[in-house]
Design a protein around this ligand. Structure first.
Ligand code: MSP
Length: 623
């Protein structure tokens, strides 16, 4: 069976983020699943490079639209390579082949009478590259989709007879339950079309970055960017050129975000009807990844780069999180915290640890070679039910149910270990343990096969350990003999980088505090006393030093202190100061100094002597 799977072609005016990665990973997973089922798959992605939006972005970046498009298109290509996306082809709307195809499509519709010339007067949103009627606009003529300002356009324009296809479109939605998925989105589209469709302006004259209308007298018209872009799905198959790949068109599924549903569920099928081509089997529109409830955008600065996640965790972990977290069609808040929780509880504990425990028991008890000994475990059949549900779910594009059912089967395998306690059973019944491990290994084998479209690297590792080939047919085979290989951990526990950094910082601070601080015993070694200045004079030969004679109550001391720049010696006589009195005596400038007078240092380095707030006994102990 031939299956055609597409992503939207991404605008080259922005850096890719996890929203773009989400669509591409969904399409990649589905493509890998269909290949697993032995379908012949053609999986397409690419970049959308024409239009006013790109022309304006290029201008802002002081470059030509083509140079700008080349750079960002390459970045997308590289990103998909780094994310191990298995696309069969990467299309660019600036490809010559594509441009030729779009012109032929335009002419075919024109010759059919579905295109006519008139004048467009209305509102245009450059960000969405979309026309709106006055009644569709929000307050202050804002775009109903992206909420940005719209521009008033009055241009001569070619129009596509969209209104002509209104009834046929409604029939298509109603007669084909899967035409648009999820159903809630299909109902929105039906309600929109039922309000009536106006003909669609499909050419522009106020800028020139696009494919020229292929009619001799109208070279200043460029083809509307959405007609250009949507046609990529046909041009990539060689439509109206070399049509070798066109059989894929019989079974096409378009994965898109809900933001571009109108173009794919209304305009595109109408264009296809005009071309007398079959309609796609399904237009599947997923929801949005939000950050704290807000749309990701460069201007808000909340854009998440998928490669940062891959570098911090792994590509398998990113794919698993994006697909398992929210039901297809719903919006969801991106949370790194939840991603870490999911990786640790599901990938590490339920899957990775199950594999490690099973293989290590197989090694310990059977030296990695096991053969079935007739004991049937019912749990293995229960697990099979969940695998069947998982297949049904992915066929219905319910990616989170597909994964959760596989994990329900893995839970059964984990519970078999705790229920039958093979470490105890081995002492009395080796055969039963061998059959038990074989049953568990069969559950792991099925999980490995069914998870291979998502966990692309770890299931490869696991297949080597199980010594199996990842093949769909193997799902229905109960393997009776295993000759295993040892396997390193499939997943390692992860921590939030931010939390890890905080923990390390706190630990360092604590260590530093340990080193910087003294204990109470250390403090007890210090003796400070109040002393009164009996006399004070400058030290000959030193600019800094003053020599003090001090009264400590029952003894007198001579102490030198480096505060000559801050005090006049005469002013200090009679004052009480603080003395570190058990400091070893030393000789400074030939004078004995028996202690240290304490002072505080200002920011400008000047010194201030410490003194009790009210007079006290000379020799009083400080502490
Ligand atoms: N060029 C058009 C598509 C033409 S297809 C013939 C376009 N490009 S885009 O670069 O804006 O990409 C839009 C797609 O990126 C969305 O439809 C969606 O698939 C994906 N996403 C972009 N941001 C997203 C989120 N925040 N969340 C989920 N997906 C989003 O529109």
């Amino acid at each position: 069976m031939k299956t055609y799977i597409t992503t939207p072609i991404y605008y080259v005016n922005d850096k890719a983020h996890i929203g773009h990665a989400y669509t591409t990973i969904i399409a990649d997973t589905y493509a890998r699943f269909k290949r697993l089922q032995n379908d012949e798959v053609f999986f397409l992605t690419g970049t959308d490079e024409h239009g006013q939006k790109i022309q304006e972005s290029a201008k802002k970046n002081n470059t030509s639209p083509k140079e700008y498009a080349d750079k960002i298109s390459n970045e997308f290509k590289q990103l998909w390579k780094n994310l191990e996306i298995s696309n069969d082809y990467f299309i660019r709307t600036t490809d010559e082949k594509h441009k030729e195809c779009v012109k032929k499509i335009f002419l075919k519709m024109y010759e059919k009478g579905d295109i006519y010339k008139s004048e467009y007067e209305g509102h245009y949103c450059v960000s969405c590259e979309s026309f709106y009627t006055k009644t569709q606009l929000l307050e202050n003529n804002k775009c109903p989709d992206c909420k940005k300002d719209t521009r008033i356009l009055k241009e001569e324009s070619y129009f596509f007879r969209l209104s002509k296809y209104e009834k046929d479109l409604l029939n298509w939605y109603k007669q084909n339950p899967n035409s648009i998925f999820p159903t809630s989105k299909k109902n929105e589209v039906i309600a929109f079309v039922e309000q009536g469709l106006k003909d669609l302006s499909i050419s522009r004259t106020s800028f020139d970055w696009g494919i020229k209308v292929p009619l001799n007298d109208d070279k200043e018209h460029v083809i509307y960017v959405w007609l250009d872009a949507l046609s990529n799905y046909l041009s990539a198959l060689g439509y109206l050129e070399n049509e070798e790949k066109m059989p894929f068109w019989q079974n096409a599924i378009h994965f898109i975000g809900k933001d571009i549903l109108k173009f794919h569920a209304i305009y595109w099928p109408a264009f296809l009807m005009s071309l007398d081509l079959p309609l796609p089997k399904c237009v599947a529109a997923h929801g949005w990844w939000l950050i704290n409830g807000e749309k990701m955008s460069k201007s808000i600065g909340n854009v998440i780069n998928p490669l940062d996640i891959v570098n911090e965790f792994s590509n398998d972990a990113l794919r698993y999180y994006l697909l398992s977290y929210m039901p297809f069609g719903n919006d969801g808040d991106y949370s790194k915290h939840l991603m870490v929780e999911k990786i640790n509880s599901e990938l590490v504990n339920e899957f990775g640890n199950l594999v490690s425990r099973t293989i290590s028991m197989a090694k310990k008890y059977f030296n990695l070679k096991l053969s079935f000994k007739d004991k049937i475990y019912e749990e293995e059949k229960e697990a099979k039910e969940f695998f069947n549900l998982s297949i049904k779910a992915i066929e219905e594009l319910k990616f989170n149910d597909y994964l959760s059912n596989i994990f329900k089967a893995l839970k059964i395998a984990n519970s078999m270990i705790s229920k039958y306690e093979p470490w105890a059973l081995i002492k009395t019944n080796q055969n039963e343990v061998e059959s038990l491990l074989i049953s568990i290994l069969n559950i792991i084998k099925n999980a490995c096969i069914l998870l291979s479209p998502v966990l692309i690297n770890s299931t490869n590792k696991l297949a080597k350990a199980l010594n199996i080939e990842i093949k769909y047919d193997l799902l229905n085979t109960f393997i009776k003999e295993f000759s295993l290989n040892e396997c390193e951990h499939l997943f390692s526990r992860v921590e939030l980088k931010e939390e890890k950094m905080l923990e390390e910082k706190t630990q360092k601070q604590e260590e530093k505090a340990q080193n910087d601080h003294i204990t109470i015993d250390d403090f007890a070694k210090i003796k400070m006393q109040i002393a009164q200045v009996i006399s004070c004079e400058n030290v000959e030969g030193s600019e800094k030093l003053l020599k003090f004679e001090l009264d400590l109550g029952n003894e007198k001391r001579q102490v030198l202190s480096g505060i000559a720049k801050n005090y006049n010696p005469k002013d200090l006589v009679g004052k009480q100061i603080v003395l570190l009195s058990n400091l070893k005596a030393r000789t400074i400038f030939k004078h004995l100094s028996e202690g240290m007078i304490l002072s505080a240092k200002n920011q400008d380095e000047s010194l201030v002597l410490l003194s009790p707030l009210t007079p006290c006994d000379n020799g009083s102990i400080i502490g």
